[in-house]
Design a protein around this ligand. Sequence first.
Ligand code: ATP
Length: 594
Amino acid sequence: MRFWPILVAMAASLVLAVVAYRLIRPASPPVTTVAFSELAQALDHRDVAALRVADGGARLVATLRAPDHGSSQIQAIVPERAVSLSDLQQWSAHGVRVTVERGGSTPTADLVIQILSLVVILGVVVYIVYRQRGAVASARFAVTPPSRHLTLADVGGAREARADLGDVVAYLASPDRYKAMGARCPRGVLLVGPPGTGKTLLARAIAGEAGCPVIVAAGSDFNEVYVGVGSRRVRQLAKRAREQAPCIVFIDEFDSLGGRRGRPNRSGEEEVTLNQLLVEMDGMEANDGVVWMAATNREDMLDPAVRRPGRFDRVVEVPLPTVTDRAEILRVHAAGRPFDSDVDLERLAQLTVGHSGADLANLLNEAAIIAVQDDCASITNAHIEQARDKVLLGRVRSGVVVGEAERRLIAIHEAGHAIVGLVACPDDRLHKVTIEARGRSLGAAHFAPESDRHVHPRSYLQGVIAKALGGRAAELVFLGADAVTTGAGADLVQATSIARRMVAEFGMSDEVGLISADPAAQGGPPSAQLQGEVDHAMRSIISAQARRAEAIVRAHRDAVEALAAALVEREVVSAVDVYQLAEAHGVIPVRVTA
Ligand code: ATP
């Protein structure tokens, strides 16, 4: 928020007020300061016409009947409270007009306080009027000139999105050709996808390719408590876009502007703002050459009117990158960075299933930071491994001191996760098992999907629940029911959340059947009966997988014990060592290597 215009307004008001005060202030006659004895003498000789007791009795100002010392007013300082009521009565009796000023404050001080209060009130009023007029918005919607743009070469992957946006680029590059043919470009393009998949990047790259300016706004820029400000900003944005056409208007986090109307927590002001946007986007000739782009992670939250033809009628999915996309994104971000020959970006792309473009950019950046800290000339595979651990598991908390008994407890818990995971989730690949304190956890058995998966079978989800409960199962088997720890808190959240989705969303429970408990499907919150059935089915799934995890730990007790011992000794056990240990104890079949 910019405060300087308000400060300038307040300072200007203050200066004006002071000048005005000086102009209207009555000119006071000059006052000569004399000794008290002189003033007392003037009183005795009845030379004083009027006497003012000022500064709470510490100063007497006398107006003389005849001017003395060239002035008609003299003043003298007296000890505070030296003037009594009887003195005042006596002087009054001698014909002197006595006035007393309130102690500590003078009319001038009062006036200054009043002026200051006025200035503050004026400042607040100016601020509110300033916000109301939406003056801040004009600075908000800055136009990025074409020269500063990215191009599609800076975007890795996103193949489908690029293809979908190809005609937008062509239109923006030569709108006249399209107009001559009577063709209209899609008015609005909605980029939909999970966070960090490059939606903002794509919008900027499209503008860069077309060589046109882009005006960036965020949905929240239009949310204001002041009446009419949001819609005024929409009008300002549209006006600016028309002036810059052909251009792209990009609105990030669009759901906060284009959210469903009539929702309980949506204010009337927000609805007016959205209506204004719809009006601006509707087929106005002057709008030609302006392509509206918006990005959201929550397409389901948008008002249906937003998606009507002539508005955001083209939806471009920007999903999480596939393995080929990840390799491309890694190459984009690797450009210009010195990498050691042991770094294999293709392999890294395979190992980073589920990572978004932003995650990958962050990973390489962390690796570069670690390389600098290690004083190395290039980024090695070891730096990337360290960066992965830091990103996935959190930073090592070297200050955490864990006692021997607790280390063993944590080691048993993590070994339980690892061994149950190897058995119940054979499709996931173990990355490493550790009892280092990292981020918020004191240990982790880190698994990652082996390859990109788009759908998950019921057996896989059951396996993930069993793996999540493997830590508690190991505690139960090795320590007994009364010694289980709080370490399973986050595991239970994960298991419960998967079980709930299995039952309520994916129809994977025989008890509830093929009924979705999703509020969108139910037309509101599910009935109490359905909710009760969902809870019961979830409990059944979790109990079954808890029993399964316990059975796996009992069956492979030696393997869990051996892995826990290795963890206590080494803190981190690599995937290779865990697989060897698991093979040696018959947890998984021995892999035949050629
Ligand atoms: P959000 O939905 O959270 O706003 P977003 O989808 O708009 O995220 P961006 O802000 O575009 O994501 O991406 C963040 C950063 O991630 C980019 O600045 C870029 O460094 C990197 N990035 C994301 N996707 C890609 C990609 N496909 N190619 C190259 N870099 C990417």
